[in-house]
Design a protein around this ligand. Structure first.
Ligand SMILES: Nc1ncnc2c1ncn2[C@@H]1O[C@H](COP(=O)(O)OP(=O)(O)OP(=O)(O)O)[C@@H](O)[C@H]1O
Length: 241
């Protein structure tokens, strides 16, 4: 089956500097694919290119069989940015219902999205009064409410406690099992182990595009954080030799 996302030779310049240097990768359908890498390595930029809001300097990005950013993809792709995108003067439920309407969905889907992110108990609370972690989950509910085929989540678990993080990852896998494709960025290496596939990016270049098991096998270490350090250091010594 065709991949949900197919990126070929993607080049992006931001602020007069090259931040993606010809990246090629794919996100298979129905998987949770993790996008990991150090701060500033280009994760958000790659996600922006996938959702079609990033000016690109070269290469191609195809999403669900169409060029990224096509009008036809508007309801088929959900995007959670790092900055919560919800209205502070509406309640959690009102926000979810508003975004549901934009996606052609109803109240039942809105309420389910709120429950799915663990906010049923705060559904009638104004978003402006929520904690940071709750606000980010309210934003996640709004990104998921339209049940998009591809979900792009920029650090969705930041600020969440371990129990909520585990719940959210279980939710992501349930969505993937039902056919949704998820591209999820994270700084937290223990989350890498929860992904079906991993894209490791460093300084705008792809260092690994594989399963966690293959990354472990290639590096000879079990701990993915250590494995990533080896891949990165291996890349550095190649670059200087
Ligand atoms: N609006 C912008 N203008 C100029 N440069 C930018 C802009 N946004 C990001 N950059 C630069 O592009 C590079 C990649 O940034 P990006 O946000 O994609 O990294 P990231 O891996 O998502 O980082 P983080 O994990 O800290 O969110 C960085 O060097 C950053 O400084």
């Amino acid at each position: 089956m065709e991949d949900a996302v197919s990126v070929r030779d993607l080049v992006v310049d931001r602020g007069g500097r090259r931040v993606l240097h010809g990246i090629s990768c794919a996100v298979p359908r129905g998987t949770v694919t993790g996008l990991l890498g150090p701060s500033g390595s280009g994760k958000t930029t790659l996600m922006r290119a996938v959702v079609g809001v990033q000016t690109v300097g070269g290469g191609t990005v195809h999403v669900l069989g169409e060029p990224a950013g096509s009008t036809g993809l508007r309801r088929r792709v959900g995007y959670l940015t790092q900055a919560p995108s919800v209205y502070a003067d509406l309640t959690v439920r009102e926000n979810a219902r508003y975004f549901a309407v934009l996606q052609g969905r109803g109240r039942a889907e809105a309420d389910r999205a709120v429950t799915d992110v663990g906010l049923a108990g705060a559904a009638d609370q104004l978003v402006g009064t929520l904690s940071g972690g709750q606000r980010s989950r309210a934003s996640l509910a709004c990104a998921l409410v339209g049940e998009p085929e591809l979900v792009v989540l920029d650090e969705p678990t930041v600020g969440q406690d371990p129990v909520l993080r585990a719940d959210l990852w279980a939710r992501f896998h349930a969505m993937a099992a039902a056919g949704t494709t998820l591209l999820v960025s994270s700084h937290v290496m223990d989350e890498a182990a929860r992904c079906d596939r991993l894209l490791l990016i460093r300084e705008g270049r792809l260092v690994a595009d594989d399963t966690p098991a293959a990354v472990r096998a290639a590096t000879g270490v079990d701990d993915l954080e250590e494995a990533f350090l080896r891949l990165i250091r291996g890349g550095e010594s190649e670059a200087t030799s």
